[in-house]
Design a binder for this molecule. Sequence first.
Ligand code: PSU
Ligand code: MN
Length: 315
Amino acid sequence: MTISTYVEIASEVKQALLHKQPVVALESTIISHGMPYPQNLETAQQVETIVRDNGAVPATIGILGGVLKVGLNGDELEYMAQSSHIVKASRRDLPFLIAKRYDGATTVATTMLIASLAGIEIMATGGTGGVHRGAQNTFDISADLMELSRTNVAVVCAGVKSILDIGLTLEYLETHGVPVVSFGVDDFPAFYTRESGFLADYRVDTVEELASALKAKWDLKLHGGLVIGNPIPAEFAMDQQKINQAITEALEEMEAKGIVGKETTPYLLSKIVEITEGKSLESNIQLVYNNAKLASQLATAYYRSSFSPKSTNSP
Ligand code: PSU
Ligand code: MN
């Protein structure tokens, strides 16, 4: 078996990897299940532009006809944004999407997985999944967290939404040895807001420091990813009380409707957009842009430090 039996890497991405140039992986569930059309398509396109403007090559990951694609072209992005036949694909879905030749959008978990098969170490997203509120009873814990414990990809996100239990999410990551750091702030950010009331393990203020932590982690074979919390820019942050009210309302409605499992995150996101009259969508888009920028700067610093003539990549 070679990876190319299952994974198809776009030629621009392949060239960049071959020449040790920085590449940033991007997820596709945010496109197909996380935002409405056409804002989802505009965001996906703009994110790629931002990655390029910051010196890296974008690789949006998705599954088309059972092929694990690393780098979607314009038509494929458009298809991801419009089609209603795209499965939200987490780790357990992959074998059957391949066998049945289905289309799938990758979550943080599967984006990490496929990125690492392709040799990409850094990805950007909006927010990762986490431990859901009430998980003591429902056991609803995102597969993103388990993936972070075993796959070597750093995930730049705007923290964890308070539709989740932020405290339990951080506990879970600690148990599994996943570092959680924040960029330029002390708090681990809460997606729509810069503060969550929970401190990150470390505050990091430069991408060089982040890059050297990544390198040390993987040089020492401390397998697994890292969570890099990048707070939403202040001008796009939401009022804490208003967003929490919207989240509470959305959670109540979800419970009344009996929505469970992997439908919960997409349902809550769209309900919150409705309640906030689109304001949460604007914040969501802006924080994704901000993450794409930081991930690209980090990738640039990481590749510079890992592949400069003075350093060796193996112990
Ligand atoms: N958070 C968002 N937007 C999203 C998601 C999370 O603000 O689109 C998506 C991501 O793809 C994430 C996934 O990996 O939801 C987590 O889903 P679940 O909780 O079902 O594991
Ligand atoms: Mn779940």
